[in-house]
Design a protein around this ligand. Structure first.
Ligand code: MF3
Ligand code: CO
Ligand code: CO
Length: 275
């Protein structure tokens, strides 16, 4: 790393960075809006017969065309711009030859770097005629994300976020994946703190203005257990039940929360848009 970057390495003791909001928040909006616009664009391309590799090619081109860099390319040996997680894939599905089929549900997750700052967001998309139980899971997952975001304000705790998500998800008879979590981000992709999507109200670190992190709950219709396939990336449900995820990058403001990755076109829930 260069000396200039040294101040932005992940903090050793799990301390949570307090960003200068006048600098960091506009930069996070710039990055978040490219990531969100990329997902908007991909919504027009998701259809039966399209391969996940084609979606990845389109995403990479879009990112470069918008003056950004795909954060996942070369990240820990990953080689793609997006993750495409289909049906019982929980996260980190690798784009390739697989063509989308009628009835599939797919999470597309993109992280971009704009002027050194990261925008990280994902949404669910349905292909053609999606089973009612899959629609329901996607609805619940979006609502769980938004309830987690609604818990973010100065003085609230990380446990409040996890509790808001878990209590809602479980009340709807879905389960919360434990092995993956949200994360601090900014000039670092995966920074402190871990944002657990389960927890107890009032526990954990207290939120302060200037903190920046993702919230990205993964909910399953069956058991919460996951396993990693031999490719070293793809996480799937052990019981092959359907899984869904939504993700936003957010910052803590003086009074509440700012979402950096809101869709500029109002397409935050593509799974709910009927062709
Ligand atoms: N975007 C993912 C996240 O939400 C990370 C993907 S890492 C990759 O944190 F290498 F798989 F792309
Ligand atoms: Co993330
Ligand atoms: Co992501």
């Amino acid at each position: 790393m260069t000396y200039a970057d040294a101040i932005d390495t992940p903090l050793r003791d799990g301390q949570i960075k307090i960003h200068d909001r006048s600098v960091a928040f506009p930069a996070m909006v710039a990055a978040g809006q490219v990531a969100a616009a990329c997902l908007d664009m991909l919504g027009g391309e998701v259809r039966e017969g399209v391969t996940t590799g084609r979606l990845d090619d389109l995403a990479r081109q879009f990112v470069f065309d918008h003056g950004a860099i795909p954060a996942c390319v070369f990240y820990r040996g990953y080689r793609h711009t997006i993750c495409t997680s289909l049906n019982h894939t929980v996260c980190h599905g690798i784009p390739g030859e697989r063509a989308l089929k009628d009835g599939d549900i797919v999470n597309i997750d993109v992280t971009v770097i704009v002027n050194g700052w990261h925008g990280d967001t994902s949404r669910m998309y349905g292909v053609g005629d999606v089973p009612r139980k899959a629609e329901r899971l996607m609805d619940i997952t979006y609502e769980a994300l938004m309830r987690g975001i609604a818990a973010v304000k100065p003085g609230a705790t990380l446990g409040d976020i996890g509790h808001a998500i878990q209590s809602y998800a479980e009340s709807e008879r879905t389960s919360v994946v434990r092995e993956f979590c949200g994360h601090g981000l900014g000039r670092v992709f995966h920074d402190a703190p871990n944002i657990l999507h389960y927890g107890k109200a009032g526990q954990g670190a207290v939120l302060k203005p200037g903190m920046i992190f993702t919230i990205e709950p993964m909910l399953n219709l069956g058991s919460p257990s996951v396993k990693i396939l031999n490719d070293g990336w793809t996480a799937v449900t052990k019981d092959k039940s359907l899984s869904a995820q939504y993700e936003h990058s957010v910052g803590v403001t003086e009074t509440g929360v700012e979402i950096f990755t809101k869709s500029p076109a109002g397409l935050d829930q593509p799974h709910a848009i009927k062709a």
